[in-house]
Write a protein that binds this ligand. Structure first.
Ligand code: BYC
Length: 342
């Protein structure tokens, strides 16, 4: 391990919480570790604002994973074949797993899952704008896989190099699974695109509806992104929102051609000089409205999430009772130990 991290660890272990006089030294060690591309680990000293930013981003990401289960789960009972149903169930289960890794990563920063879920349920923390759109046809499952998971991978592969160790490590596994998700969506859309004229039209309609919201997933334009500059200095984010959005557009254009589908943007064209595709303006009013809670499905998604949480109370109680029995400790809240007695 390089010097900066060694110093930092030694300092925090020897002294416990740093006294105010020592903070500058810790700050220098932290800055040096980030500059040297070392990982910050849970027991290392870190600035309060770095911790708060990570909790905000990881929580939003975790919430997106579990809310993101809803639009696709909507189609499990109506999948057109056993094979498609098995694939879709596996994908939705993977998303629950991603939520779990991410809530665990947030816990390493001292913020428990209960607190984060409370914030989600009371609207104090966000989840991705993309999941406030409805899944109207079976082709939407394909469009989500291709575009939404594709955008997620583009955004998340650089997070595997995030400066905070537990988040970066969680992202490695998540990205591998997202890659399978993206491929299943692409393959599903290809089958529809090459199918009957009705199936082709259904695939095209889904792509038309999901394209622009997928571009919004990368967040506001750089000049309106309040957190990007600081997050990039800390190497939490490695690229700006606009850089990643451009990368995604450049990846999608040839893929759409192979699919035999078009992207719903008359201004989309290759710009030789820039070496990138130009694309039309994004409706940022729509994005901010969705963030304010006014998207087509915001209310439905959060109500369903609260209901699922309430209906899962008995599982949490049973798990706490089981843990208490096997560790010999009361474990959890009084409510939970009540369940043990019952
Ligand atoms: N939706 O300063 P900015 C997935 C908020 S994929 C809602 O640029 P930052 C999945 C932002 O939080 C989706 N809110 O922020 C895929 C901030 O508000 P607060 C999840 C958004 O953090 C398939 C404000 O706007 N992926 O999970 O530097 C199936 C200003 O933005 C959005 C991740 O979360 C949005 N699209 O950059 C199932 C990846 N964009 O917090 C599941 C990790 C921005 O101050 N996250 N906001 O109230 C990130 O990479 C970054 O957090 C973002 C935003 C690029 C999203």
């Amino acid at each position: 391990m390089a010097t900066a991290a060694a110093q930092r660890t030694a300092g925090s272990e020897a002294d416990g919480a740093p006294d105010p006089v020592d903070t500058t030294a810790y700050q220098h060690a932290f800055d040096a570790a980030v500059a040297a591309d070392e990982r910050i680990e849970p027991r290392d000293w870190m600035p309060d604002a770095y911790r708060a930013t990570l909790v905000r981003q990881i929580a939003q990401h975790a919430h997106s994973e579990i809310i993101g289960m809803q639009p696709e789960a909507n189609w499990i009972t109506r999948a057109p074949s056993l094979r498609r149903k098995a694939i879709l169930m596996a994908k939705v289960q993977d998303e629950a797993g991603h939520g779990l890794y991410l809530y665990s990563a947030a816990e390493t920063l001292g913020t428990g899952r209960d607190e984060l879920l409370d914030k989600l349920h009371s609207g104090r923390q966000k989840y991705s704008s993309i999941f406030n759109y409805p899944t109207l046809t079976w082709a939407d499952v394909g469009a989500i896989g291709w575009l939404v998971d594709g955008a997620a991978i583009t955004n998340q592969v650089p997070l595997c190099r995030c400066s905070y160790g537990p988040y970066a490590r969680a992202m490695v596994r998540i990205c591998k699974e997202e890659s399978f998700h993206q491929r299943q969506g692409y393959e599903l859309l290809l089958a529809l695109s090459k199918g009957t004229p009705e199936q082709h039209a259904m695939a095209q309609d889904a792509v038309n509806r999901w394209w622009w919201p997928s571009l919004m997933m990368f967040g506001p334009p750089d000049d309106e992104s309040q957190h990007s500059a600081q997050s990039m200095t800390w190497k939490i984010k490695r690229h700006s929102n606009d850089e990643l959005r451009q990368r995604f557009v450049d990846i999608c254009v040839p893929q759409a051609e192979s699919l035999g589908l078009t992207l719903p943007d008359p201004e989309l064209r290759w710009n030789e000089e820039r070496g990138h595709h130009d694309f039309g303006p994004i409706d940022w009013t729509e994005f901010w409205e969705v963030l304010k809670g006014n998207g087509p499905c915001n209310e439905q998604r959060i109500n369903q999430r609260r209901r699922a949480h309430d209906e899962g109370a008995w599982v949490r109680e049973a798990a706490a009772a089981y843990a208490a029995k096997h560790t010999g400790s009361a474990g959890g809240t009084g409510h939970e130990t009540g369940a043990t007695r019952a």
